[in-house]
Write a protein that binds this ligand. Structure first.
Ligand SMILES: [Mg+2]
Length: 402
């Protein structure tokens, strides 16, 4: 079976969730306001036997990065036309090596991820098996998730919002209590500081949430890689009394030295990995014991192939894997299929406890029962994309073949 086409889909769909905001760190963004549309990037791979596979690359902080990855997908496509669709590892390395001088992480692995996921989808459909069966078979029956809840401006409202997923059966929730100040200008990453008032408000928010949800619900903190070393240390120490499960991305991802300094001076557990790409980026994290949890994103780190490899590496260090996942339905399902086979899986991220935000993209809704995502036994990823919906919201200049 030969690959006959690889096309990006950039879609901008209506945002019905007022809690979905711009990502932080984007100059000019307005993160304190809900955005009218949300963008997603999908990758369609066609074959000469009529089987089509789907991948996803949706990236942050948004429009510029999404358009750029679509352009790279189009540039890479001719390299893989005629390639045997079952030679997934070979296709991965072909993309990876194409960018060996410009840099093999980031854009390279995002594009490799989208194609890799689509090729696994094709392989599963061709063999009539779910992807997890191709990765060694299931070690569990469903996938425990943790979720976000809408940001709020007050501690009281934050606590009320936090109870929504808990009432849906979710056992672990995540938030960024410092978002209001750190997201406002989108440029706070320049100095990594937070004001005393912003810091106190964040602590008050977590105190109120802990009080509301009780001791049994896990509370995870996302620091969004925004802080300098002393600020990250101070924030983690101030939140530690509220029994937080992890303090995520305390500092920007480029400096392992900075991460180590934080690590050595906080009592909280650390999670990193959504901005780390390939097994190579995780070597120092594991070797130098820089994190208690790792959180690769299947659509950025190198796809299903790479997430499985990273997970196995982490298994050898007894480090749990908790995939990052805050975009579309393929991100969720690709991560879930790998985690079905990973002994050291912790929890999979989803944006909301109700998965209805994905419904329009796919022909059958996803099911989450008591905080556990159900992974269909149908072939490939187990979902079918609603192409009519994609077409209705596609940005034409960045969708389809050139
Ligand atoms: Mg994060």
């Amino acid at each position: 079976m030969k690959i006959t086409g690889i096309s990006p889909w950039l879609v901008a769909v209506p945002n019905h969730d007022p809690g979905i905001l711009y990502s932080q760190g984007q100059p000019g963004s307005e993160p304190s306001r809900a955005v009218p549309t949300r963008q997603y990037v999908f990758v369609q791979v066609d074959t000469d036997e009529g089987i089509t596979g789907w991948g996803e690359i949706t990236t942050y902080p948004g429009p510029v990065a999404n358009r750029a990855v679509c352009s790279v997908v189009r540039e890479v496509a001719p390299l893989l036309i005629g390639h045997d669709a079952s030679r997934i590892e070979d296709a991965w390395h072909k993309v990876f090596r194409t960018f060996t001088y410009v840099g093999t992480r980031g854009f390279t692995t995002a594009v490799a991820s989208g194609i890799d996921i689509a090729l696994w989808d094709i392989r599963g459909k061709a063999l009539g098996l779910p992807i997890y069966d191709l990765l060694g078979g299931a070690v569990r029956d469903s996938i425990a998730v943790y979720t976000h809840f809408p940001y709020a401006r007050t501690a009281e409202e934050s606590a009320r919002n936090a109870l929504v997923p808990v009432r849906d059966g979710i056992k672990a929730i995540k938030t960024d209590p410092f978002w209001e100040e750190m997201g406002r200008t989108g440029t706070r990453y320049l100095d990594g500081n937070i004001s005393a008032a912003g810091e106190q408000k964040g602590v008050d928010i977590i105190a109120a949430i802990r009080e509301a949800v009780g001791p049994d619900v896990e509370v995870l903190i996302d620091a969004h890689a925004l802080y300098n070393v002393p600020t990250a240390i101070r924030l983690a120490n101030r939140l530690a009394p509220y029994n937080i499960t992890w303090f995520e991305e305390p500092v920007p991802p480029e400096s392992y030295h900075a991460l180590r300094q934080v690590r050595e001076q906080v009592p909280t557990r650390i999670c990193v990995g959504e901005r780390l790409h390939t097994r190579f980026d995780f070597v120092p994290v594991l070797e130098q014991r820089l994190a208690d949890f790792i959180m690769p994103d299947v659509t950025w780190t190198g796809g299903i192939s790479e997430l499985k490899k990273i997970s196995t590496m982490a298994e050898a260090y007894y480090v749990p894997v908790s995939p990052h996942d805050a975009s579309g339905p393929i991100n969720v399902m690709a991560g879930a299929h790998v985690m079905m086979t990973v002994p050291n899986f912790y929890k999979l991220e989803t944006m909301r406890s109700k998965l209805s935000a994905y419904d329009a993209f796919i022909t059958e809704p996803l099911a989450c029962i008591d905080g556990n995502l159900q992974v269909p036994r149908t072939p490939g990823l187990g979902i079918e994309m609603n192409v009519e919906y994609l077409r209705a919201y596609a940005v034409p200049e960045f969708s389809g073949p050139v």
